[in-house]
Design a protein around this ligand. Structure first.
Ligand code: UFG
Length: 322
């Protein structure tokens, strides 16, 4: 298929694009390079430097002709989204609207969207299903949920084939491609920076959560497993329907467990310092993936050890990122 990957110079988008190239799709990456890295665009993919807020340039890019779009381009810093909500409403929601306008004009009928567990907020359930009520607790989650709703309407009114994939905590690396955020806020890369001696320690944000060891629990998923899910979603999108799938493992790990696993995998000491909770962090977020198993024929295959080992190898090969 001819596929356009927006945000394909970012961490997840580039690795999904790489996977699509490898399976034989004709891939074009569209990215503003605001946060993305030109070096992350996988070999074998075309590249256009376009910001989705530029409606004209977006239309031109989409008019090249595609069978489908995978939409990753987005702002994704939860803290920043709380400080400057308008940046997220414009960047994420208006950007997505421009993309959908361009797709409608060019008769591109298929989209896979990078949604998030943040749409659920802080649900007090063992496993989060797609029927768990959406109650985002930050602007980032609000903006992603708004796009999900846009897709539901667009599918109903214009026959778009749409799939939203709600990621839980993505980690790991894939060959030459890995995670290089500035600023870095995610637990696993920060732990590995501490393991590598690039930072003195890593903070444990909160030790009084109602969890077995008092630290927050998350459902980690390998970026390669995520890439497989996207490829399946592109193939299985149905005209006039908007399907939503959680992508997680149904298994939660606490912050302490992640740090312990990183110590085992890297053989490094890793100094961890207990700190106050970070504002807005729910105690526990673990996905049910039952719907993805049935609807996409997908199941995660890689473990937390795999994620940390692959991220560690990438970090060793790219100590300063891209
Ligand atoms: N944490 C620490 N120390 C750190 C960094 C994180 O203890 O230095 C903890 C956090 O408090 C949290 C866990 O590690 O409990 C995971 O934190 P991340 O920042 O790695 O990931 P989040 O669960 O906060 O974020 C994920 C996605 C976001 C999404 C968010 C919504 O990565 O894109 O869920 O809840 F917005």
């Amino acid at each position: 298929m001819r596929l356009l990957v927006t945000g394909g110079a970012g961490y997840i988008g580039s690795i999904v694009a790489q996977h699509l190239v490898a399976r034989g799709d004709d891939v074009t990456v569209l990215d503003s390079l605001y946060k993305g890295h030109r070096a992350a665009v996988p070999a074998g993919a075309d590249f256009v430097e376009v910001d989705l807020l530029d409606a004209e340039a977006t239309s031109e890019a989409v008019a090249r002709g595609f069978d489908g779009v995978l939409h990753f381009a987005a702002l994704s810093l939860v803290g920043e989204s709380q400080q400057v909500p308008e940046k997220y409403w414009r960047g994420n929601v208006v950007g997505a609207l421009n993309l959908l306008d361009a797709m409608r004009a060019a008769e591109v009928k298929r989209i896979v969207f990078s949604s998030t567990a943040a749409t659920y907020g802080e649900p007090d359930v063992e496993l989060i299903t797609e029927d768990t009520p959406n109650m985002p607790v930050n602007t980032y989650g609000n903006s992603k949920l708004a796009i999900d709703r846009m897709l539901t309407d667009e599918a109903r009114a214009h026959g778009l084939a749409a799939v939203s994939l709600r990621y839980f905590n993505v980690a790991g690396a894939s060959g030459e491609l890995g995670e290089d955020h500035e600023p870095e806020t995610h637990l696993i890369p920060l732990v590995l920076q501490a393991a590598a001696g690039k930072r003195e320690s890593v903070g444990i944000f909160g030790t009084d959560y109602p969890t077995p060891d008092g630290t927050a629990v998350r459902d980690y998923i390998h970026v390669d497993d995520l890439a497989v899910a996207h490829a399946l979603a592109v193939d299985k999108a149905v005209e006039g329907r908007h399907d939503i799938y959680n992508l997680g493992s149904e298994r939660g790990y606490s912050v302490r467990e992640v740090i312990e696993t990183a110590r085992a995998v890297t053989g490094r000491e890793i100094v961890a310092i207990e700190q106050e909770r970070r504002a807005g962090d729910p105690p526990r977020l673990v996905a049910s993936n039952a719907r993805a198993r049935v609807g996409l024929g997908w199941a995660p295959e890689k473990t937390l050890e795999d994620m940390i080992r692959d991220a560690w190898a990438w970090h060793a090969a790219h100590p300063d990122g891209y």
